[in-house]
Design a protein around this ligand. Structure first.
Ligand SMILES: [Zn+2]
Length: 237
């Protein structure tokens, strides 16, 4: 099993490469790129919330709680009186920082349902819906932010699987197959529940046409061809 530092470093490097590519292709602007990078890194650490008592994960809960409750406060002031926004933000902080870790430590097992691909999509789609409906983010940004979270999450699952291979003895450890999975046979009810939530989320996802047009654009390839190498190197081709 890869440790926290490894997950963080791999998440950060792969996230920088991906978000920088999207910014250089003008699919995202710089600020949007930073948001997506942040979500990728958060995704790459998230699966280990099923070990909420470890020090780095406690810190992770704290940072996420501060960011989510502050964001809620700033964006909810149009909807509530200021004092109501403050109280709700404090309640959100309390739930995320104190109650959620207790729930996870009581009801989840390490490498259980949280270490799975459908869980990544449930949270990723939730982020897309939240950004679009609550924070009024543009549809393409909402979708990409969710996708970046999912991809960061998947780097974690794949890294865990990679560490399950004992390369010195060229054999598989017992933990192989317990991270990158689509269904947890030990928790069939929860696994089914995840797929049902996914179906509901898909009904209210932001529209996809814009993001598809932006990403699957032939001019992206042409831009990369013309801008990847400096002109003095291109002249050699
Ligand atoms: Zn893990």
């Amino acid at each position: 099993m890869a440790n926290f530092k490894t997950h963080y470093n791999v998440g950060l490097i792969s996230g920088i490469i991906s978000s920088a590519s999207f910014v250089s292709l003008s699919i995202l602007n710089s600020l949007e790129g930073i948001l997506c990078l942040f979500l990728w890194v958060i995704g790459s650490i998230s699966p280990d919330i099923d070990s909420p008592n470890s020090k780095p994960i406690r810190m992770f809960f704290y940072i996420v709680s501060v960011i989510v409750s502050c964001s809620f406060f700033f964006f909810s002031m149009d909807m509530f009186y200021i004092i109501e926004s403050v109280i709700l933000a404090i309640v959100i902080f309390f739930i995320l920082n104190y109650m959620l870790p207790i729930i996870f430590s009581k009801f989840s097992t390490h490498r259980g349902i949280i270490h799975s691909v459908p869980f990544a999509f449930v949270i990723g789609f939730f982020i897309s819906i939240l950004l679009h409906k609550f924070f009024n983010a543009k549809d393409y940004l909402s979708i990409l932010a969710g996708v970046f979270f999912v991809l960061g999450f998947i780097t974690h699952l794949l890294l865990d699987e990679l560490y399950s291979v004992d390369l010195s003895g060229a054999k598989l450890k017992n933990s192989f197959g317990s991270a990158f999975k689509f269904y947890d046979y030990k928790q069939p009810f929860l696994s089914m529940l995840l797929y049902i939530i996914l179906l509901f989320e898909m009904l209210i996802l932001p529209p996809m046409d814009n993001v598809i047009n932006k990403v699957w654009n032939i001019s992206n390839l042409e831009y990369l061809r013309d801008n990847f190498f400096p002109s003095y190197i291109q002249s050699f081709f």
